[in-house]
Design a protein around this ligand. Structure first.
Ligand code: BGC
Length: 409
């Protein structure tokens, strides 16, 4: 293994977004095509027009006192037609990086966040014989704008992507006709199947190949971001829990051991019985994505990731709650951070905390689950920061002051 890269940054405090969920009009992507086809699925449309308003969005973050912004660059824009790369779109994303840097925000750049170009999906997606090669061709071009970027995430939530890819293949083969959102299924208690191991191995190969390109062509620390499950076993289900956690999470954590960092993404817990994962029972305290209110999941996830990866540096790349009640968002985040710092005291190597999400955005087929620190008017695109944004900014500023004091002494 080559020596791990560890950029000299202060603790990163910020928020995350993903291109398709905020930019709008991601016309050449597989999700755009899918939104048009499937009944009951809200369209992303203009999303929140962050493609044109990223400057304003980043200014809100910086003004609140935060120092990092995780966003994704969109493969479907950069390579809308196979083999045809858009210099203008690369320049657009380079401007985003420059804007972040000029505002004192550390850009954390994700190369793939659930969407692909439609042509890639039509050619078989990750199951096509040349899928890794095609992804790497995109990553090579993308690295041309990433020279000075210090944190790059290759693939967002490969474990969720494996599940979505398996389901998309089942639908294409006529074995499944219902649309499934990665995070919400119409409020019904749904248990998503785990992605199969073969699909997971394809994504691992893609990640490792992309990682090598990023390392060769940039100075960035590189990793991927895994959806953490924080499972709990019912009596008699410990064995089943280990099996479920391996196929849903640990397969991907183990594959990150030679990376520079690993992204932890945590929202809630999952309950496992002797026959498998159980649907979350209805409760008035469930969040708008139908999961249990469990801010302690983050601490559980960070401890588990530390253990499985042998103590790798962890960047919390997503953590948040879908709720219309912003004071609940503050309570949730406060409790999650306490769990995070307790894990840190116990030895977890934590590089930063990036909240999901900066904006109320397009939640993969739905608009109701609002995760944002900032609300957006869908007619005018006016940004309305919520109290949670300034609250998180204060937490960051206090932490920075404590760190400064520590180095002065
Ligand atoms: C994804 C985001 C999503 C969030 C909240 C994660 O699975 O990376 O794209 O919006 O969770 O559901």
């Amino acid at each position: 293994m080559q020596q791990r890269r560890r950029p000299a940054t202060p603790f990163l405090w910020g928020a995350s977004t993903a291109a398709h969920q905020v930019e709008g009009n991601n016309l050449a992507s597989d999700w755009w095509a899918r939104e048009g086809r499937q009944a009951g699925m809200a369209r992303s449309g203009d999303a929140v027009d962050s493609y044109h308003r990223y400057d304003e969005d980043m200014r809100l973050l910086a003004a609140a006192g935060l120092n990092a912004y995780r966003f994704s660059i969109e493969w479907a824009r950069i390579e809308p037609v196979r083999g045809e790369f858009s210099r203008a779109e690369l320049a657009h994303y380079r401007r985003m990086i420059d804007t972040a840097e000029s505002l004192g925000l550390e850009p954390v750049v994700t190369l793939h966040h659930f969407t692909t170009p439609a042509w890639f999906a039509e050619a078989g997606g990750w199951y096509a014989a040349d899928a890794v090669e095609r992804f790497c061709a995109y990553v090579e071009r993308a690295t041309s704008i990433l020279g000075d970027v210090r944190f790059v995430c290759t693939i967002n939530e490969p474990n969720m992507l494996a599940m979505m890819s398996s389901l998309a293949r089942a639908a294409a083969e006529g074995r499944l006709d219902e649309w499934q959102s990665p995070t919400v299924e119409g409020g019904r208690p749904t248990v998503f199947p785990a992605g199969d191991e073969a699909t997971g191995r394809l994504l691992i190969a893609a990640h490792h190949a992309a990682r090598d390109i990023v390392r060769a062509r940039t100075n960035a620390a590189v990793g991927w971001t895994v959806a953490n499950t924080a499972p709990e076993a019912l009596p008699g289900a410990a064995g089943r829990l280990a099996a479920e956690q391996w196929i849903r999470e640990d397969l991907y954590l183990e594959a990150s051991r030679d990376d520079d960092f690993v992204g932890v993404q945590s929202y809630s817990t999952m309950t496992v019985g002797p026959d498998g994962v159980l649907p979350t029972p209805y409760s008035p305290t469930n969040t708008l994505t139908g999961v249990a209110y469990r801010p302690d999941a983050l601490g559980i996830a960070v401890r588990h990731t530390t253990q499985v990866t042998g103590g790798m540096p962890i960047l919390v790349t997503e953590n948040g709650i879908a709720t219309p009640d912003d004071s609940l968002r503050i309570d949730y985040t406060d409790a999650a951070l306490r769990g995070l710092f307790a894990a840190q005291v116990d030895g977890a190597d934590v590089l930063g905390y990036l909240h999901w999400s900066l904006l109320d955005n397009y939640e993969w087929g739905h608009w109701d689950p609002t995760f944002g620190l900032v609300a957006v008017d869908h007619e005018t695109f006016e940004r309305r920061p919520k109290p949670s944004l300034s609250w998180l900014g204060e937490v960051a500023k206090n932490d920075a002051a404590v760190q400064r004091k520590g180095t002065d002494e």
